[in-house]
Write a protein that binds this ligand. Structure first.
Ligand code: CLR
Length: 393
């Protein structure tokens, strides 16, 4: 991994780019990267990573009680990490700079119904351009499982790596349980983009993230790269603890360890899963070495003007074929159109209207649940889904 994989000419433009990042520190989306590090995929497609294990997602609702469901939420969450954070390396050879979505950009897709699960749909909208914020909503009507969230990044440069603090969070809601509605607040890990000097960036996770259920069950997930717990990259340790007033907290504390891109196992199984006790470690808690299921998206010819793949079609074609002049010409076209639209709005005294989400000043659930695990101060902006298929309960 730690060897230059760039041709001499690329090497100098790469070094210039890295120096630019190092001295700049801020919104990476605004920096011009050398062509070979550009990805043809827009950030509005990234929320699809949440859905690529559709069975794990919809079967959360099958959990028999709060404890069982909390375990299932943790399992699904861990199983999405490989896609979220290593799939660009697998597909494109390294982490790459995604296309920076325009305001109002949309992305839709689904994981179709099968014998074992209902259809899951995804709706994504770029709700802010400065700073970039992407809002998403994923819903499986049959099981009543819904995920909604929004995502932004604050970046800095430290010790040769790009440090990305994710802003935003996700809320998972189970609708229509016999006990009513149940909600989980999901916070997002910190990222480090390593391998920069060698021209082959990859993502490592660090620090902690949490999954706080409103009924008190809490997963605390700690991330380590190589050289920590196990010496392996992409390691994590997750501890799921019961509510503070639980009669037998020890027996109901679950501990899972492993790597999020391969396998993880129980290192302490709770009394609740006796079948796991004899052979701790088998079966795996998560095993994501097998294939995942990518989202199905309508062909570009059937997409609207604001849909990501249609909007970026020519730019993506340029990047894919190595015709960077085409890519940059088409990108400039889109950016100029955007600038013009913003000017026209100012002149007309109007603002851009979001289509599927609405900005709200604060979010009662987020404030209540973040208070429960460490009282994080609320972020300044929140978005809620306002599109079709909303669930009232
Ligand atoms: C977006 C939200 C997803 C998880 C995720 C994975 C990879 C992150 C991406 C998020 C945001 C943009 C990101 C990317 C990795 C690299 C890229 C930080 C958080 C930056 C902008 C590109 C830097 C350019 C280098 C490759 C040099 O759920």
């Amino acid at each position: 991994r730690h060897r230059w994989r760039l041709k001499p000419k690329q090497k100098s433009s790469w070094t210039t780019f890295i120096k630019q990042i190092a001295s700049f520190g801020g919104d990476l989306s605004s920096l011009t990267a050398p062509p070979f590090i550009l990805s043809p995929v827009s950030l509005t497609e990234f929320p699809a990573y949440w859905g690529e294990r559709p069975e794990l997602f919809s079967s959360i609702a099958e959990g028999v009680d709060e404890e069982d469901r909390s375990v299932r939420v943790l399992k699904w969450f861990i199983a999405t990490l490989k896609g979220q954070y290593t799939s660009r390396n697998e597909k494109m050879g390294s982490e790459k700079k995604p296309l920076n979505p325009v305001l109002g950009e949309l992305f839709f897709g689904e994981w179709p119904e099968t014998e074992t699960r209902g259809k899951t749909t995804l709706t994504v909208e770029q709700v802010s351009h400065h700073p970039p914020v992407t809002a998403y909503r994923m819903y499986n009507a049959k099981s009543g499982v819904e995920l909604s969230g929004f995502s932004g990044q604050k970046t800095s440069f430290s010790g040769g790596s790009i440090i990305v603090k994710q802003t935003g969070h996700a809320v998972l809601t189970l609708h229509g349980l016999p006990s009513g509605k149940e909600q989980y607040l999901i916070t997002l890990p910190r990222l480090r983009i390593d391998g920069l000097w060698y021209g082959s960036p990859y993502t490592e996770l660090s620090d902690m993230s949490y999954i706080q259920c409103e009924n008190g069950w809490l997963s605390t997930i700690e991330y380590k790269g190589k050289g920590y717990f196990s010496g392996k990259p992409h390691s994590f340790k997750a501890v799921l603890t019961p509510p503070y007033n639980h009669p037998a907290p020890d027996e109901h504390t679950h501990v899972v360890e492993g790597t999020w891109h391969e396998t993880s196992s129980y290192t302490k199984a709770s009394g609740f899963q006796p079948e796991l006790k004899p052979g701790l470690g088998t079966p795996y808690f998560t095993d994501v070495r097998g294939p995942k299921e990518e989202i199905s998206v309508k062909p570009e010819s059937e997409q609207g003007e604001w849909e990501s793949r249609k909007l970026w079609k020519m730019v993506a074609e340029g990047i894919r074929s190595g015709d960077y002049d085409l890519a940059s010409k088409e990108k400039t076209k889109i950016e100029n159109q955007q600038r013009q639209m913003r000017k026209d709005e100012v002149a007309a005294g109007t603002t851009w209207q979001l289509k599927y989400f609405k900005k709200i000043p604060h979010d009662e659930l987020y404030e209540r649940l973040s208070e429960m695990y460490n009282g994080q101060p609320p972020t300044d902006e929140m978005y809620v889904y306002t599109g079709p298929d909303q669930v009232q309960d």
